[in-house]
Ligand binder design. Structure first.
Ligand SMILES: Cc1cc2nc3c(=O)[nH]c(=O)nc-3n(C[C@H](O)[C@H](O)[C@H](O)COP(=O)(O)OP(=O)(O)OC[C@H]3O[C@@H](n4cnc5c(N)ncnc54)[C@H](O)[C@@H]3O)c2cc1C
Length: 393
C-alpha cells in the first residue's frame, strides 16, 4: 500500500504512538492521534533509550533534539546494595557510539516527538478516551467516552498496557502479578552526577538510579518482591516511607537518595503474554498494535520505549513499501520473535538481581571475576539486542 494520502488514526500519544504518527506522516499519510489525557504533560520519570531505539529517533530526524534533551550514558554499574561495592561495570560508551545509549525524562521524549509530529502535519486530539474498539465490521470502529464514533480506514493501537485494540484483536488476556512492586521518583541530583546507570542489588530487591536533564535530576526505580497485590498503573501515588522501609538495609548512598524522595509512584509488575495477533486486515481497512499494547515488558532490561520505537519504524516502513496485508504480515513476523526474546530476557534479570545467601555470593564473585578477565564479554552477550538497527532492516 502506498501509505501516502491514506487516513490513519493512531490511538495513544505515548512514545510508540507519536513515533508511528511521525514516521507515517513523513511518508505522506494523513495522521490523527487520539489521546485520553487532557494535555501532553510531565508524566512519568526516566527512560533509558539504548542504541536500537536511538537509531530510530535519529532516522526520524530527531538526533539533535535527542542529544539536547538527554544525557549519553557512559556505563551501567552493578553494585552490592548493602555496602555499595562495585561488582561489575559495563562500558556503554563503546556501544554503537554514533547512536549512543541515552538517559532522558519521559516527558522530554514525549515533548520532542509531539513537536515533530505536529510540525509534520499530525493532528493530536486530546481528551479522547476510547472506550471501545470494534474490529468486526468492514472498518475499525472507535467509540469514545463521550459517545463519539469514528471509523478510520487504518487504526494503529498504541494504547499501552491496558490496550483496547489488543483486546479487540486477541480477546481479553489475564496477566499475572509477578509479586514485584516498583516505586519511581525523581530527586535533585548531586553536583556533577556522572551519566551512569547504577543498579544496587540486594536479597529480594534492587534499585536503579541515573541522572537526567543535564545532571540536575536523578531518576530512581526501586523494585521489591512482595506478595501484596498492587495495581498495574502509572499514576498511583505512594507514601515515600514505604520505599524507604523496603530499602532500609541498603548502604548510605542509596539512603541519601531515598531521604530526598517526595513524590513517589508505585506500580505492580504484571507479566503479560506477547500478543498472538498483532494486526488484522478488514474489508475496507486494517488495524495493528505496537509497543506496550503488543508486548508489555517488565522493566528489568529497560527496553519498553526502545521496542516501541523499533515497532513504529518498521510498521511505517512496511506500510509505505508493501500492499497492506503483506505489510502487516511482514511487520508481525519481523517484530514478534525479537520482542518475545527481549521480554524473556527482562523476566530473567529479576532473578539475577534479587539473589540471596550463598547463591548471591557465588553469582557476585562470578560477575566480579568475569569483569576482570573479560570486561567486554558481559555486554557482548547483548549484541543481539543493542547492535540491531531496525532502520536498516
Ligand atoms: C503516564 C505514563 C507514565 C510512564 N512512566 C514511565 C516511567 O517513568 N518509566 C518507564 O520506564 N516507563 C514509563 N511509562 C511506560 C513507557 O512509556 C512505555 O513502556 C514505553 O514507552 C512504550 O510506549 P507505548 O507508546 O507503547 O505506551 P505508553 O507510553 O504507555 O503510551 C500509551 C498512550 O496511550 C494512551 N491511552 C491508553 N489507553 C487509551 C484509550 N483508551 N484512549 C485514548 N488514549 C489511551 C495513554 O494515555 C498513553 O498516552 C509510562 C507510561 C505512561 C502512560
Amino acid at each position: 500500500m502506498a501509505i501516502a494520502g491514506q487516513q490513519v488514526t493512531v490511538l495513544g500519544a505515548g512514545v510508540g504512538g507519536l513515533a508511528a504518527a511521525l514516521a507515517l506522516s513523513q511518508r505522506g499519510a494523513d495522521v490523527t492521534v487520539l489521546e485520553q489525557a487532557d494535555a501532553i504533560r510531565e508524566i512519568g520519570a526516566g527512560l533509558q533509550i539504548s542504541p536500537n531505539g536511538t537509531c530510530v529517533l535519529r532516522a526520524l530526524g530527531l538526533g539533535a533534539e535527542l542529544d539536547a534533551a538527554s544525557m549519553r550514558a557512559q556505563a551501567v554499574e552493578l553494585r552490592d546494595g548493602q555496602d555499595g561495592d562495585l561488582i561489575l561495570r559495563l562500558d556503554l560508551a563503546r556501544l554503537r557510539p554514533k547512536q549512543g545509549y541515552h538517559l532522558l525524562h519521559r516527558a522530554d521524549l514525549i515533548d520532542l516527538l509531539a513537536k515533530a509530529a505536529r510540525a509534520a502535519g499530525v493532528q493530536i486530539r486530546l481528551l479522547q478516551k476510547v472506550e471501545n474498539v470494534d474490529l468486526s465490521g468492514p472498518r475499525p470502529r472507535l467509540t469514545t467516552a463521550q459517545g463519539g464514533e469514528s471509523t478510520p480506514s487504518f487504526l494503529i493501537g498504541a494504547d499501552g498496557l491496558h490496550s483496547r485494540t489488543r483486546a479487540a484483536l486477541n480477546g481479553k488476556t489475564a496477566p499475572f502479578f509477578t509479586r514485584h512492586v516498583a516505586w519511581r521518583c525523581v530527586i535533585p541530583a548531586e553536583a556533577e552526577a556522572a551519566p551512569v546507570a547504577e543498579v544496587h542489588m540486594g536479597p529480594g530487591r534492587h534499585l536503579v538510579s541515573y541522572p537526567l536533564r543535564g545532571g540536575t535530576l536523578r531518576n530512581i526505580v526501586a523494585v521489591e518482591e512482595r506478595s501484596a497485590w498492587v495495581e498495574e498503573s502509572w499514576s498511583l501515588r505512594d507514601d515515600p516511607i514505604e520505599m524507604k522501609l523496603a530499602f532500609a538495609a541498603f548502604g548510605p548512598r542509596v539512603q541519601g537518595w531515598l531521604e530526598q524522595a517526595q513524590d513517589v509512584y508505585v506500580w505492580g509488575l504484571f507479566r503479560h503474554p506477547v500478543a498472538s495477533v498483532w494486526a488484522k486486515t478488514l474489508a475496507e481497512g486494517a488495524a495493528a498494535i505496537l509497543g506496550d499494547a503488543a508486548h508489555p515488558t517488565l522493566p528489568f532490561l529497560a527496553q519498553g520505549a526502545s521496542m516501541a520505537l523499533e515497532d513504529a519504524w518498521l510498521l511505517a516502513d512496511r506500510l509505505a513499501k508493501l500492499p497492506v496485508a503483506d505489510a502487516l504480515a511482514a511487520y508481525q513476523s519481523a517484530r514478534a520473535p525479537r520482542c518475545a526474546r527481549i521480554v524473556a530476557a527482562a523476566n530473567g534479570n529479576a532473578k539475577v538481581y534479587h539473589l540471596s545467601g550463598l547463591q548471591r555470593s557465588i553469582a557476585h564473585t562470578a560477575l566480579r571475576l568475569g569483569g576482570l578477565i573479560a570486561p567486554n564479554l558481559a555486554l557482548k552477550r547483548f549484541d543481539w539486542l543493542y547492535d540491531f538497527d531496525v532502520t536498516q532492516s
